[in-house]
Every structure is written in structure tokens, then in C-alpha cells.
Design a protein around this ligand. Structure first.
Ligand code: PLP
Length: 399
């Protein structure tokens, strides 16, 4: 069988198993409502555009200004051909925003995670990871293990007794650096890491804590500074990685923040910094404007949480069983992957764009529709979506 024929046969299998993902093309920007090719106007209930900044005029204008001032490209790697002042300004703003002393940007948070773990850990070190951590953390750890032969351990999701067990094991093995890595908000469940317990354990066992706050930056805490602010612990997390591609305007990009020396150390040693271009200046300009926008408008964070609370309550009133939680990620559990995909297609036919997730993104039998709320949603957008959930839920015998 030829290479192309093999790919086609596998794709056909995905279709038959009901797990094939079809891309939907949008003709307008990410917003509460947008135009989808062939569908007309739809409410987007599936986006990380938590604060509605993807299309905020000041965020877009700042990107255009940076494009005018710095041009389109970065030319090469930062230490080779120079780095733009807008990157420095953005990194200072990000560090201040998340309560750290320094930060360094990457072209994505995926890159930030992969640029962190293999850089910090060597053969005598161990990384201890939550079982439900994001794929980028898992792959960063696999990469580190391959490159540096570091030790690895996984603790059961948010199980502090198991985390302590792993730390005890690391202590017994005399591991030099013990790095605990957790998501701040777990993207598929929408639950929040038990940060106070994790930090307390880290102090007891002389470990370092890294939190991937991709779904928490701009989302958690009174002013959107993330998981640490949510728990009143700003400044107490050793390392924070996060994305610029969600609440902070939806542009690409990610960053790693930590003590004053961390950004400098990563600049010296982190391979994506040394061998890959920096963020395009227009993206850095937009992200900087987005950080300033959130600092000026904490009421967006309040509105986001009001929307999430309302949507959760109303789904429950309709008879659905969304996972309980305090974040704008509202998963409705459906079981089989094919069911989640069917529900998402029926909702789209009613003008609501929300994606069904199945295996391998979530474990077999735990497929779901993952709703994500935004401060940009009006009550009308939410009621329109809830009416569609009611119709589709009845059609599928779910309520
Ligand atoms: N980390 C977490 C927890 C995420 O949810 C995501 C995106 O889904 C990422 C990292 C990757 O972010 P980026 O799109 O910036 O690579």
C-alpha cells in the first residue's frame, strides 16, 4: 500500500469510528458570535477567548502599530540578530501581571513547556507531574527524559497523598532538583489545582513548583492574575508558564515566568530560544495591549465568572449534568466519542458552535461537550445557546 493510500485508509477508519474531526472555517474574527462558512452566524461556545480580547480594538490596533514599527519578521533567533524592545516590554508586563520577577516569551506555551523541563533537569533530577496535565507538559517531560535521562513520576489527579508519596520516593533517591509540574486549571475538566497544598508539600520536601496557567491567566483571581491570585498566593509559585493564545487576546505565544534569574538562564540554555525565532512583533504588540487591557478592566473577569455561573445553573435546570466547578470551562459528560460528536453537530445546526471531545484527548468513555464561556457573551447569546441545548438534549434523550 502506498504512503498516501495508508493515510487515506486510516482517515476512513476515523470516519467510520465517528472520531473524525472536521475543520469549520470562520469568515470573521473570534467573538461571541461570528460568521461560519456555509452556516451563517453562530454563537461560539468553544473558544479560549475568555475575555473577548481577540478582536478588541485596542489589541488589534497595537498589533498593527507594532507591525508598522518593527515589520513582519524577527529575522532570526533573538541572541543572533537582536531582539525588539516590544518583547522586553511585554516580558516585563507579563512578569508583573503574574506576580513573578522575570519572564521570557516563546512562540507558544507548548514551546515554553518544552523549553523549560529539558533545560532545568538533568540525570540527578526528577519531575513529578499530575496525571491529567496538558499534553504539552507530558511531551515536555518525555522530551526531557529522552534528552537528559532525568527521572519522572506521575501522581494521581490532584491526589495530595499520592504527590507526597512521590516526593518521599524522590527524597529517598536523593534527587537533586524535584520539580512538581501541574496545570493551574485542568483544561478538560475545568477544575483548579490544589495550589496551597502543592506549595506546602513542595516547601516540606524542598521541591520547586511549576504551574501551567494557560487556562487561568486572565481568568482566575479577582483581577485575572491566575491560580496564585485565586488562592491569595501571588508571588509564591516558583515558575509559571502560560499562553498568550487564550484570555490574553487569542494571539499565538506563550511565556515562562519565575525568579529574576530564570529568564536569563532560559535565554542561555533553552533550546527553542536558541534555535527558533521569537514571537512576531505584531503578536507581541497585541499581547502587551491585552495585558494592559486586563489590568485596566478587571470587571471583564467578573463578567466572565457571572456568565459561567449563569450558564452552569441553567444547564442544570434543564436537566444536564455539567461537571461542578468555578471556572468558565463547563464540560457536559456524554460517554462515547461518537455521541459527543453527534451532539456537537446537532448544536451547530442550531447555530451554536461547541466542540465534542473524545478519545484520545480524553480517556475512553469520558467523551464530552466542553463549553467555554466568555465575558463577551451577552445574556441573549447564552439564552440562545441554552435553547439549542434543550432541543438537542431532548432529541438525543439526554434530558
Ligand atoms: N498548556 C495548557 C494547559 C493548555 O491548555 C494549552 C492549550 O490548549 C497549552 C499549554 C498550549 O498553549 P499554546 O497554544 O500557547 O501552545
Amino acid at each position: 500500500m502506498s504512503f498516501a493510500a495508508r493515510l487515506e485508509a486510516e482517515l476512513e477508519q476515523f470516519k467510520q469510528q465517528g472520531v473524525y474531526k472536521r475543520l469549520n472555517h470562520l469568515e470573521g474574527p473570534q467573538a461571541a458570535r461570528t460568521k461560519m462558512e456555509g452556516r451563517g452566524e453562530v454563537v461560539i461556545l468553544s473558544s479560549n477567548n475568555y475575555l473577548g480580547l481577540c478582536n478588541a480594538p485596542d489589541v488589534v490596533a497595537a498589533g498593527q502599530r507594532a507591525l508598522d514599527q518593527f515589520g513582519a519578521g524577527t529575522g532570526s533567533v533573538r541572541f543572533i540578530c537582536g531582539t525588539f524592545t516590544v518583547h522586553r516590554e511585554l516580558e516585563q508586563a507579563l512578569a508583573r501581571f503574574v506576580g513573578c520577577e522575570s519572564s521570557l516569551t516563546y512562540v507558544s506555551c507548548w514551546n515554553a513547556n518544552e523549553g523549560l523541563v529539558p533545560t532545568l533537569l538533568g540525570e540527578q533530577d526528577i519531575v513529578i507531574s499530575d496525571q491529567l496535565n496538558h499534553a504539552s507538559i507530558i511531551d515536555a517531560i518525555r522530551l526531557a527524559k529522552t534528552i537528559t535521562k532525568c527521572q519522572t513520576a506521575v501522581y494521581r489527579h490532584s491526589d495530595m497523598a499520592d504527590l507526597e508519596e512521590q516526593l518521599r520516593g524522590a527524597q529517598a533517591k536523593n534527587s537533586r532538583l524535584k520539580l512538581i509540574f501541574t496545570d493551574g486549571v485542568f483544561s478538560m475538566e475545568g477544575d483548579i489545582a490544589k495550589l496551597p497544598d502543592i506549595v506546602a508539600l513542595a516547601r516540606r520536601y524542598d521541591a520547586v513548583v511549576a504551574v501551567d496557567d494557560s487556562h487561568a491567566t486572565g481568568v482566575l483571581g479577582r483581577s485575572g492574575r491566575g491560580t496564585a491570585e485565586h488562592y491569595g498566593m501571588l508571588g509564591q509559585v516558583d515558575i509559571i508558564t502560560s499562553t498568550l493564545g487564550k484570555a490574553l487576546g487569542g494571539a499565538a505565544g506563550g511565556f515562562t515566568a519565575g525568579p529574576g534569574s530564570l529568564a536569563d538562564y532560559l535565554t542561555q540554555r533553552s533550546r527553542p530560544q536558541l534555535f527558533s525565532n521569537a514571537l512576531p512583533p505584531t503578536v507581541a504588540g497585541s499581547a502587551l495591549a491585552a495585558v494592559r487591557h486586563v489590568e485596566r478592566h478587571p470587571e471583564l473577569v467578573t463578567r466572565l465568572h457571572e456568565n459561567a455561573r449563569y450558564f452552569r445553573e441553567q444547564l442544570r435546570a434543564l436537566g444536564f449534568k455539567p461537571l461542578a466547578g468555578e471556572t468558565p470551562i463547563v464540560p457536559v459528560m456524554l460517554g462515547e466519542t461518537a455521541k459527543a460528536i453527534q451532539m456537537s453537530e446537532l448544536l451547530l445546526a442550531e447555530g451554536v458552535f461547541v466542540t465534542g471531545f473524545g478519545y484520545p484527548v480524553v480517556p475512553q468513555g469520558h467523551a464530552r461537550i466542553r463549553c467555554q464561556l466568555s465575558a463577551a457573551h451577552t445574556r441573549d447569546d447564552l439564552d440562545f445557546s441554552l435553547a439549542a441545548f434543550k432541543d438537542v438534549g431532548r432529541k438525543l434523550g439526554l434530558i
